[in-house]
Design a protein around this ligand. Structure first.
Ligand code: COS
Length: 379
């Protein structure tokens, strides 16, 4: 059993850490306060080849693999989780389905610019009536004269406003349930495609989340992704990978909470000594550090399994569940250690809590992760 990262993974981790701490962390509070999408950071990340990490060289990638990508998600999210989710949603569930299920032509056309960071991608599964019940999709796609005609709404779509391409699910065979759902590649500039004003969210305020409306959107027949009727399974498979990156985002936020709380505890004096000398604070920090480390191990292992081509549905759900709950608990404890200051915008820990909460919801709630794990146990 070898727990060490490869030399190139260590190099990538260090490079992304330097970039994130030097260029992103100093502006993260402003991005959050202004709710400003970090376009200039996205461009710098593209120049550093970060969008290319999980994809093979045949499709504009660097071939470094999913673990390398997960290390990058963690480091970026440690500085700014809004940027982390923008990056993760683009790579894993936005571009991922085309990379996994696309034809050679589709991959050249879409994965290459996405891996090069020239185009952002989004993933359109959720609908007003289809959230945890992903099979409840109402959007329809009907074949007409060699074109698919798509009608429906998708909600809570990360990157919707900035994406050049959106992968969506739609019903192609009504009455067949999950087996009647297919996946499609929808270019953002299609006629009839529109995006609502972004949601006002509790956290992740610098990330873009909006609703997509498709009103008689026509796309070529060959923009069907994979086989007809297999969209539901393809999306669940893409989410297996996406959930690992939500785990990595969570580890990044949890680490940031621990870093901030530890620094503060070593500066703050009460009753004549540093609060880090009180056992009540030490035990909190010890529990936080333990949980962060265990969450990280679970996330890295799930990514490693994916890189090995081994099954990872169960491990990805476990990693996401444990890491996201760790992120929330760690941020809450960090606020407690900061006391009154932690409840203000003067320190970043309140942002960590607001950002962390989404990790227990997006790409499958904690309840859905427990359901996936229970099914994997054979329940
Ligand atoms: N990979 C591939 N196929 C999978 C799969 C996976 N991880 N999980 C399930 N499937 C397959 C099943 O094997 C089944 O295939 P058959 O019908 O051929 O046997 C099919 O998909 C349907 O599976 P199931 O009956 O388990 O579907 P359910 O409707 O009961 O839903 C859950 C399963 C709840 C786990 C699924 O809907 C889910 O993950 N929901 C949450 C969606 C989500 O994360 N939403 C967040 C928004 S996206 S950012």
């Amino acid at each position: 059993m070898d727990f060490s990262l490869s030399d190139s993974e260590i190099m990538i981790q260090q490079m992304v850490r330097d970039f994130s701490q030097n260029e992103l962390a100093p502006i993260a509070a402003d991005l959050d306060r202004e709710g400003r999408f970090p376009q200039e950071i996205i461009e710098k990340m593209a120049a550093l080849d970060l969008f290319a990490l999980p994809f093979s060289e045949d499709y504009g990638g660097t071939g470094d693999g999913y673990l390398a990508y997960v290390l990058a998600v963690e480091e970026i999210s440690r500085a700014c989780a809004s940027t982390g989710i923008t990056y993760a949603a683009h790579c894993s569930i936005g571009t991922g389905p085309i990379y996994l299920f696309g034809t050679e032509e589709q991959k050249q056309k879409w994965v290459v610019p996405c891996a090069e960071g020239k185009m952002l991608a989004a993933f359109g599964l959720t609908e007003p009536d289809a959230g945890s019940d992903a099979g409840g999709t109402k959007t329809t796609a009907v074949l007409d004269n060699g074109q698919w005609v798509i009608n429906g709404n998708k909600c809570f779509i990360t990157n919707a406003t900035y994406a050049g391409v959106v992968i969506i699910t739609a019903v192609t065979e009504p009455g067949k349930g999950a087996h009647g759902i297919s996946a499609f590649i929808v270019p953002r500039d299609s006629e009839g495609f529109s995006v609502s004003a972004p949601y006002e969210k509790l956290g992740l305020k610098a990330s873009d989340t909006a609703e997509i409306v498709m009103d008689n959107v026509r796309i070529p027949e060959n923009y069907l992704l994979g086989n007809r009727g297999e969209g539901f399974k393809q999306f669940l498979q893409a989410l297996d990978g996406g959930r690992i990156s939500i785990g990595a985002l969570s580890v990044g936020i949890a680490q940031a909470s621990l870093d901030a709380a530890l620094d503060y505890a070593k500066e703050r004096r009460q009753f004549g000594q540093l609060i880090s000398k009180f056992q009540a604070i030490q035990f909190k920090l010890a529990d936080m550090a333990t949980a962060v480390e265990l969450a990280r191990l679970a996330v890295y292992r799930a990514a490693w399994l994916k890189d090995q081509g081994l099954p990872f549905t169960r491990e990805s759900a476990m990693a996401k569940l444990f890491a996201s709950e760790t992120a929330v608990k760690t941020a809450l404890e960090a606020i407690q250690i900061f006391g009154g200051y932690g409840y203000t915008r003067e320190y970043p820990v309140e942002r960590y809590l607001r950002d962390a909460k989404l990790m227990e919801i997006g790409e499958g709630t904690s309840e859905i992760q427990r359901l996936v794990i229970a099914r994997q146990l054979g329940c």
